[in-house]
Design a protein around this ligand. Structure first.
Ligand SMILES: [Zn+2]
Length: 492
């Protein structure tokens, strides 16, 4: 960044602070690049590339936000002025004045660890790599094949009126492969695998080309699809459900992550993403799950799209428990939301921002988002150990469908595959598995939590929230989980 631009930004911040603004923050996004490649039946079906850069300015004036953005830096002064005018207009209408509280100005930087920048790998090499995987999943009996990869690079410099300056350089890769086939009843079945991580390691091209994380799963998904095509459907009934991390991450995402976004709890998302069954009164009291349930918000994994060092308000990304031995203790939070929540509750529930204010692009203002929302590994051994002491259950993996109550109080998921478990043994593969439950009842039935060897970080590319919509990337570290007395299958 040129010193000239930096000087103009700090001068403009001072100018608006002199007009009695309470707080200002600025995100100068120097690079926001994304490239996606989709192969369908081995053909290049889609290749999208976007390059964006610009500046977003947020001004807090008399308890109201004003926001403005531009990609034309010659209009930088106008952008600051517009942000202030928007705040001034909004201030005339404000019902609940917002406050950012006080934070000490600080400097910092964060760079996601990358060995080989995916934007330095040419398009042909990327397509050739995906075509090699496609050749491995191609069989005469496979009806359709799908492979996708997305590469992202986001560099920004954050400034605020407290003197904070944070430089951030993030790289992420997402990839998935899927095979589809027609079963013995004429229904489509599918098996898929998504690029995952184990929390450590790096986030460059080398992640996608690490066979352990991606290409080595081709044979497995084909074998499982072949078995599904001959399998019976899961029958309706109450039984134990063992979630593998490929399904566990979505369970956590929808029924722990979303209901613990503080802006949602305060009602800010009611018109679109929905509310939360959690209230301010729930913190410190609500038994969300059994004693085995420990949930963290953690920015410290090197290798996850939910790790970004500092959020879009300049707060360090948090590392704290949200559910401690089953009791709800904290949420996904930002500066303005904790102040409003503490004031409304009449007690200091939230001591400091959890560093979860995130914005999808320079032209969107930050809102409360998930970071890495994780279930901590437990002491019930590996998958084999958990199967051994399961009497009647199913193991499920990878979602096919999800429907969740708007307050996240209940849910219904369909999965790609189930393995029946009877008297401590994995018996046969079953197709069309589904399970449903009431969120709090379900987590209170958590009876086994796998150890670190079962734990994986699922990468989420496209969590949607906010109006206008903001698509966000994040992570979920989850071990193998077993829940008891769950309604499974469909009543015919
Ligand atoms: Zn989401």
């Amino acid at each position: 960044m040129s010193e000239k631009i930096k000087k103009r930004i700090t001068e403009n911040i001072s100018k608006l602070m002199a007009k009695k603004s309470a707080y200002i923050d600025v995100r100068l996004v120097t690079e926001d690049n994304s490239e996606s490649i989709v192969l369908y039946d081995g053909n290049l079906e889609d290749n999208d590339t976007t390059f964006e850069n610009g500046i977003g300015v947020r001004t807090l004036f008399k308890g109201a936000w004003g926001f403005a953005a531009t990609s034309n830096l010659s209009k930088l002064d106008d952008c600051f002025e517009l942000s202030f005018l928007n705040a001034k207009t909004a201030a005339e209408l404000v019902n609940v004045p917002l406050s950012m509280g006080k934070q000490k100005g600080h400097t910092g930087s964060y760079k996601s660890p990358v060995k080989k920048d995916p934007f330095k790998v040419n398009l042909k090499d990327k397509i050739d790599f995906l075509k090699l995987i496609d050749a491995q999943i191609k069989e005469d009996w496979i009806f359709k094949r799908y492979i996708s990869a997305t590469f992202q690079k986001k560099n920004q410099i954050f400034f605020n009126s407290e003197g904070t300056v944070i430089e951030r350089d993030l790289t992420d890769i997402f990839a998935s492969m899927m095979v589809m086939g027609i079963d013995n009843e004429g229904q489509m079945q599918r098996r898929s695998h998504e690029l995952f991580s184990e929390g450590d390691g790096t986030r460059g091209w080398e992640m996608l080309t690490d066979p352990k994380l991606f290409s080595s799963h081709t044979g497995r998904i084909k074998d499982e699809l072949a078995a599904l095509l001959k399998a019976e459907s899961l029958k309706y009934g109450k039984r134990s459900v063992i979630l593998l991390p490929g399904q566990g991450w979505l369970q956590v995402h929808e029924t722990i992550g979303h209901p613990l976004e503080l802006d949602r709890i305060l009602g800010y998302e009611l018109s679109y993403a929905g509310g939360s069954f959690v209230t301010l009164d729930s913190f410190g009291k609500l038994r969300y799950g059994s004693e085995k349930l420990n949930v963290s918000a953690f920015g410290g994994f090197a290798n996850s799209p939910g790790s970004f060092g500092f959020d879009d308000e300049g707060s360090p990304e948090g590392n704290y428990l949200m559910i401690d031995k089953g009791i709800l203790v904290n949420a996904l939070t930002s500066r303005a939301m904790i102040n409003e929540a503490n004031e409304k509750a009449g007690r200091k529930i939230f001591k400091e921002s959890g560093g979860a204010a995130r914005s999808t692009a320079f032209y969107r203002a930050p809102i409360d988002r998930m970071t890495n929302v994780n279930i901590l590994p437990g002491k019930d051994g590996n998958l084999k150990d958990i199967i051994l002491n399961t009497e009647d259950g199913i193991i499920v993996d990878n979602p096919t469908s999800w429907s969740i109550g708007s307050n996240r109080e209940h849910f219904h998921f369909g999965c790609e595959i189930a393995w029946e478990v009877k008297n401590g043994k994995k018996t046969k593969i079953l197709k069309n598995p589904t399970y449903q439950g009431h969120t709090v009842e379900f987590y209170n039935s958590l009876s086994a939590v796998g150890d670190k060897s079962t734990w994986q970080v699922g990468q989420v590319e496209n969590c949607g929230k906010g109006e206008p919509n903001q698509v966000m990337e994040l992570g979920h570290g989850v071990p193998v989980l077993r829940f008891d007395n769950v309604i499974t299958g469909e009543r015919k």
